[in-house]
Design a protein around this ligand. Structure first.
Ligand code: ADP
Length: 810
């Protein structure tokens, strides 16, 4: 390369002065023919002067294209000696000149002339010569240029051919440089490079860069083109489809429906994911025939997405004292329960976000679990929805079916969220203990996800197939018993027990709530219908037998219905006061005798206390002893635990045979039949142990059991009485039945705290820790003989024949 050459370096060389043509924005290479436009006055003069003489002109490029009258400084040092082939004068006076470059020349001096510029120039000789290296570069450049021409359509085909045919490195370099898309400065640098191989190398690197740029551009262009083609194709097909549908006559409706759907999707404010999904489905819908089954499926799906609440929420009421008032307004008593609910609400409103555990209200039917949940909704100002999970055994009922199924729907959770219409309702999951699992999956597992505050912000229903946020929902669950709730589910919940009401509580609930509610529901006023306290009490005692108040409410409703009919018959002023004597005419004969206790003390019959999911119950246990061969018959649909308990009771009696004055082989001569009535109802659990033992002893000794006593407790082979559950419910049941004395295991005395003092005062509670204490209190030794036995029994020694125990274990 020649840089910064010395203008006076070659004083002796051949120099000549010829017209000079400065170019603003191009470089002319030797052997290239180009068309240039000449507009400057002096340049026009120069071209005209040359054209009329030897047609040779020196063309040189300006360093700065904006200079109008260039001096030496503003011109590069090397230019090209050119021949003018053709000149055409254009209408504006400028010239179109076709010139061919001949040789490189150096500007020695710029000669200023009034008419045109002239340059004193010296022609330059190239440095070239044969070298292997030069050949190799030449081949490489030729191949690359060949490829370059294939993708650069701007290069005339004969140029490519010419390059392939040429053997001269310098010329090849010049031709290619002339066609490359490079800057003026780069072109000039190639022009100034007198070493042919060197120049070719320079061109190779520029060619490489240009080639790559061109390739990338081509790739982008083809991608854009493809995309455009696809969009055009889609547009075209869509237009065709529209035309066909219009011909078929239903295009207009569909269009408006689709537009409406689109608008609703945009307005809805769904999550980003749901929005994307909805628009995607809408796009599919547009292409479908609107009458097809598939279109209905897609439309339904979009409908579900639109009708779910995504942002709609109610403002939370955070006033605890107002919440307290509401709970009191709706429910009588339940002080502990209300207190815990208020604490729970307080924490939730302080914490703000809902990471607190889920409330689980546990108790027998009709104790107000559902209505408490409703009150919680009212107290917090939230909407209320209730889903019953009783009998749910399929996971899909919670989580929905995939859309591939015919008639698929979202699960219950999403269905009821739509019903709620807000994302923060109080959501009651009723009867969680009644769910069960089978081959269709475990609904409890799906419910775990719903209730887990860590996961439920992104609940995935199979039908919706987009995450739905359940984290603002206040879930409340209810159950009758806890033992059927899967432990993992129970772990998420805060259990609040509602054990059942006492007679007095029921009376108050009826007086203050149920009567008013039913009067309202039947369009009656307090003037139309009045109940006396005694009537309500009689309904409670003789027409219902329950831990809650649902049947009580139902019986009151029955009376209201009858009175409503009378009011219609006799006019608005009709008024009736229900009295005990009139009650049967409204409700029919009594259903239950109050106090199921026996009318007299009986042999072989003892009262047990059981606990079922409907609350406490009194169960009579009957035993008969018949001549036989030592068989133990157990009837009354008893569960396995209860049967084992019966055997344990018998073994205890056998182990005490001598103390009871029985022959040691007494059991081989008799059959003992234990029966617990109401045989259709399944019963299980260990707590009837002491009752069965008492009945067996009573039957064997022919000593009656006191009729006003009831008992509960598990028995061991040694006669120890172990604690049992459900004491409160059992004592309430005993009280309902009019029992005056209750025997319970000593270790259960802590449970007595939960029982209203009034009830405890009205009955005698005997705490026992072994079976002998039970018998002492329950059996009545009337006869002398029996009395003697009793004496012997009281002065008993602790004898536990090892042999019998071993028998039983075997
Ligand atoms: P559960 O859900 O426990 O089966 P519900 O909530 O359906 O019971 O209650 C049955 C009826 O008894 C409802 O009308 C309810 O208002 C009423 N009720 C229950 N407990 C009370 C109470 N403590 N005070 C007032 N009404 C009550």
């Amino acid at each position: 390369m020649v840089f910064g050459f010395n203008r006076n370096c070659n004083e002796d060389a051949d120099t000549r002065i010829i017209p000079l043509l400065p170019l603003r924005d191009s470089v002319i290479f030797p052997f290239s023919t180009q068309c240039i436009y000449v507009g400057r006055k002096k340049s026009i003069n120069a071209v005209t002067a040359c054209f009329s003489s030897d047609r040779m002109i020196f063309v040189i490029t300006q360093r700065n294209p904006s200079v109008e009258e260039p001096d030496e400084e503003s011109l590069y040092g090397i230019g090209t000696l050119c021949q003018i082939n053709q000149v055409v004068r254009l209408s504006d006076g400028s010239l179109k000149v076709i010139i061919t470059g001949k040789r490189r020349a150096q500007l020695i001096n710029l000669v200023r002339d009034e008419e045109y510029l002239k340059g004193e120039i010296e022609e330059l000789t190239e440095i070239s010569g044969f070298s292997e290296y030069g050949r190799a570069i030449l081949e490489k450049v030729k191949t690359l240029f060949d490829n370059y021409c294939k993708i650069n359509r701007g290069i005339p085909p004969d140029i490519a051919e010419m390059v392939v045919a040429l053997d001269n490195e310098g010329r090849v370099a010049d031709i290619i440089a002339n066609h490359l898309n490079i800057s003026i400065h780069e072109k000039q640098s190639i022009l100034e490079n007198l070493n042919a191989v060197d120049r070719l190398e320079e061109v190779l690197s520029l060619l490489n860069v240009d080639f790559e740029i061109l390739q990338v551009e081509r790739k982008i262009k083809s991608r854009v083109k493809k995309q455009m083609e696809k969009t055009q194709k889609e547009f075209y097909l869509n237009e065709q489809l529209k035309a066909i549908q219009k011909e078929l006559g239903y295009r207009e409706d569909v269009k408006s429906e689709i537009e409406e759907l689109e608008e609703r999707i945009k307005e809805k404010g769904m999550s980003k994911e749901a929005n994307r999904k909805a628009l995607h489905e809408l796009k599919k819908l547009k292409m479908m025939s609107p009458m097809s089954a598939e279109a209905t499926v897609v439309r339904n799906y979009i409908d579900w997405l639109i009708s779910l609440p995504w942002n709609e929420r109610t403002e939370d009421k955070l006033d605890i004292s107002e919440a307290e008032n509401i709970l009191n307004e709706d429910h009588y008593g339940l002080e502990n329960v209300k207190e815990r609910i208020l604490e729970y609400l307080a924490v939730r409103s302080l914490v703000g976000r809902m990471k607190s555990p889920i409330l689980c209200l546990v108790g027998p039917p009709g104790v107000g679990k559902t209505s408490l949940a409703k009150s919680i909704a009212r107290a917090t100002g939230r909407r209320f929805v209730r889903v019953s999970l009783g009998g749910v055994r399929d996971e899909a009922e919670i989580r929905g079916h995939r859309r591939t199924y015919i008639g698929a729907l979202p699960g219950k959770i999403i269905q009821y969220m739509r019903k709620a219409g807000t994302i923060n309702p109080v959501f009651l999951l009723d009867e969680v203990d009644k769910m069960s699992a089978d081959f269709r999956g475990d609904p409890a597992a799906a419910l775990l996800e719903v209730l887990d505050p860590e996961q439920n912000h992104a609940f995935n229903d199979h039908y919706l197939d987009v995450d739905y946020n359940l984290s603002e929902v206040m879930f409340i669950t209810t159950a009758n018993t806890l033992h059927q709730i899967p432990p993992a589910l129970l772990d998420r919940m805060e259990v609040i027990r509602i054990p059942g009401y006492t007679e007095l509580e029921k009376l108050n609930i009826a007086k203050h709530f149920l009567v008013k509610k039913q009067l309202n529901a039947h369009g009656l006023t307090e003037r139309n219908l009045r109940f006396t306290e005694n009537v309500l009490l009689k309904i409670i005692r003789n027409y219902t037998k329950e831990a809650g108040v649902r049947n009580l409410e139902r019986e009151i409703a029955r009376i209201c219905r009858k009175v409503a009919k009378e009011v219609l018959k006799h006019g608005r002023d009709y008024s009736v006061k229900i009295t005990v004597s009139k009650l049967e005419s409204y409700l029919g004969p009594i259903k239950y005798r109050f106090g199921v206790i026996e009318e007299r003390d009986r042999i072989g019959v003892a009262m047990g206390l059981a606990w079922t999911e409907f609350g406490g119950e009194i169960l009579a246990t009957e035993v008969t002893v018949m001549p036989g061969k030592g068989e133990l018959i157990i009837t009354g649909k008893l569960g396995e635990v209860m049967r084992e308990s019966a055997r344990a009771a018998l073994s205890y009696v056998r182990s005490r045979a001598d103390i009871f004055g029985l022959e040691s082989d007494f059991y081989q001569k008799v059959d003992i039949h234990i029966h617990i009535p109401e045989g259709a109802i399944p019963k299980d659990g260990p707590s009837a142990g002491i009752t069965m033992a008492t009945s067996i002893v009573s039957a064997l000794l022919k000593v009656p059991v006191r009729r006003d006593i009831a008992m509960t407790g598990e028995i061991t082979l040694r006669g120890t009485v172990l604690p049992v559950g459900g004491i409160k419910e059992k004592i309430l049941a005993a009280h309902r039945a009019g029992v005056s004395t209750v025997i319970i295991p000593k270790e259960n005395d802590k449970d007595l705290k939960e029982i209203p003092g009034r009830i405890l005062r009205s009955m005698k509670i005997i705490l026992v820790d072994d079976m002998d204490d039970v018998l002492k209190n329950a059996l009545i030794y009337e006869s002398e003989e029996a009395s003697e036995r009793r004496q012997g029994f009281l002065a008993k020694e602790e004898v536990f024949p090892e042999k019998i125990e071993a028998d039983i274990i075997a």
